[in-house]
Ligand binder design. Structure first.
Ligand code: NAD
Ligand code: GLY
Length: 354
C-alpha cells in the first residue's frame, strides 16, 4: 500500500492506494459525524461493508445509478438530507461510488455550510485513476456537462482495488479509457500499457497502473490546481470530442466516449501533421485494444456543435488537447467548420475500414 500526497495551499489531500486500503483507513471515519453518498448499484453490492465499518445507523443518501443523477435535483436532495440529519460544519461527506457519486457528493460537500470535510472512496476504475483525485466537483446542467462545479480537494481518498472485482467488464473498459489517456501524456504509463497490451484487465496490472496514473494526476494538480496555467488542461485529452459525443448520444459511458474522442482527435492531430504516423499507429493500436470497434457517426456535426460549450474554449474556436509524441500533447484551436470537416473525414474513413 502506498500514499500519494497533493499538498495545495488550501488542503492537503492524502491518497491511500492499494489492496487493504479500505479496511485500514475507512474505520477511522466512524469516529466522526459522517454522511454517506452512494448509488443504487454500489449500495446493493457494498451496503454490508458500509454498515460494518460506519455503523448501521449511518445516514446514507442513495442516488439512482447513472449520469442523469449528476443533476441539480440530486444536489439539492443531498443538501436537504444533510440538513435534516443535523449535519454540522465539522461533519464529513463520504463519497462512496464511481465518478458520478464523487462529483455530486464533492459538490455538496463544498457547498454545505460553505464547505465540510470530504473523503472519496472510489469504487470504479475510472474514479480510482481519475475523478476521485484532484478536487474537481460538478453537476451537468441544461444539457451541458460539468458546467456547475467547484474545486474542492478531498481530505482523503481511499483507493482499494477490491471494489473492482464486482465492476462490469464495460466499466473496466471505461477506466482503461482514462488510463490510455494518461498513456498519451506520460511515457512511463505508455510503456507499461504497451508491455501489458495483451492483458490490460489483469488485477496486478490494474493495481500498478492505477498508482502511476494517480501519481501523474497528483503532480499535475500540484502544479496547476485551478486549471489556470495550461498544465491541468492536458488531462482533457480526448475529452472535447468525448464530452460532445457523450452529450449527443448518451449510449456509452464517459470513459468509452473519452477513448472514442481520443481516437477522433488523434486522427485530427495526424491529419494536421502535429503527430507522426508511427506514434499515431501505436496509440491507435492501444485504443483499439480497449474499444474493439470505434463507432462511425453519420451525423457527427450535431455532436460537434456541442463542443462549443467546452470550458477550454476561450474564443469562437474549439480547443482540443491532442497527442503529439510520446509523453507530449499539444493544444490546438479549430474553427467549428474545420473541426466538423475533420471529424466527418475520420468517420468516413472508419466507415470504409481505413
Ligand atoms: P459511474 O459513477 O456512473 O459508475 C459507473 C457504473 O458502475 C454505475 O452504474 C455504478 O453504479 C457502477 N458501479 C460503481 N462502482 C461499482 C462497483 N464497485 N461494482 C459494481 N458496480 C459499480 O461512472 P464513472 O465512470 O465511475 O464516472 C463517470 C463520471 O465521472 C462522469 O460524470 C464524469 O464526468 C466524471 N469524471 C470526473 C472527473 C473529475 O476530475 N472530477 C474526471 C473524470 C470523470
Ligand atoms: N479530469 C480532468 C481534471 O481533473 O482536470
Amino acid at each position: 500500500m502506498k500514499d500519494i500526497i497533493i499538498d495545495t495551499p488550501a488542503q492537503k489531500s492524502v491518497i491511500h492506494c492499494g489492496e487493504g486500503a479500505f479496511e485500514k483507513y475507512a474505520p477511522g471515519l466512524a469516529l466522526r459525524q459522517v454522511f454517506v453518498v452512494t448509488d443504487s448499484n454500489v449500495f446493493a453490492w457494498y451496503r454490508h461493508d458500509i454498515w460494518r465499518v460506519l455503523g448501521g445507523d449511518v445516514p446514507i443518501y442513495i442516488i439512482p445509478a447513472g449520469e442523469p443523477s449528476k443533476s441539480i435535483r440530486y444536489l439539492t436532495a443531498i443538501l436537504r438530507e444533510m440538513l435534516s440529519h443535523g449535519m454540522k460544519r465539522t461533519c464529513t461527506v463520504v463519497a462512496f461510488g464511481g465518478g458520478v457519486v464523487g462529483d455530486l457528493a464533492g459538490l455538496a460537500a463544498s457547498l454545505f455550510m460553505r464547505g465540510v470535510r470530504l473523503v472519496q472512496i472510489p469504487t470504479t476504475l475510472l474514479a480510482q485513476v481519475d475523478s476521485s483525485v484532484g478536487g474537481k466537483t460538478a453537476i451537468d446542467f441544461e444539457g451541458v456537462k460539468n458546467v456547475i462545479g467547484t474545486f474542492y480537494q478531498p481530505e482523503e481518498v481511499i483507493v482499494d482495488p477490491r471494489f473492482l472485482s464486482t465492476l462490469p467488464d464495460r466499466e473496466i473498459r471505461c477506466g482503461l479509457g482514462e488510463i490510455v489517456k494518461y498513456g498519451a501524456l506520460n511515457s512511463r504509463i505508455y510503456e507499461l500499457l504497451l508491455q501489458n497490451k495483451a492483458d490490460l484487465k489483469s488485477t496486478a496490472f490494474l493495481e500498478e497502473i492505477t498508482y502511476h496514473c494517480i501519481k501523474h494526476k497528483a503532480d499535475v494538480v500540484t502544479e496547476d490546481e485551478y486549471d489556470l496555467n495550461g498544465v491541468r488542461k492536458t488531462l482533457n485529452l480526448g475529452h472535447t470530442t468525448g464530452h460532445a459525443l457523450e452529450l449527443c448520444y448518451r449510449k456509452k459511458s464517459h470513459g468509452e466516449y473519452v477513448l472514442i474522442g481520443a481516437y477522433y482527435e488523434l486522427y485530427i492531430a495526424e491529419k494536421l501533421n502535429i503527430c507522426g504516423k508511427n506514434y499515431a499507429d501505436s496509440l491507435r493500436e492501444l485504443i483499439t485494444a480497449v474499444i474493439k470497434k470505434v463507432p462511425v457517426y453519420e451525423d457527427v456535426a450535431t455532436a460537434a456543435k456541442l463542443a462549443k460549450f467546452d470550458k477550454k474554449n476561450t474564443d469562437a474556436n474549439v480547443s482540443l488537447i491532442v497527442p503529439q509524441s510520446e509523453g507530449k500533447s499539444a493544444e490546438i484551436k479549430l474553427s467549428l467548420e474545420e473541426y466538423i470537416k475533420l471529424l466527418e473525414e475520420c468517420s468516413a474513413d472508419l466507415k470504409e475500414g481505413k
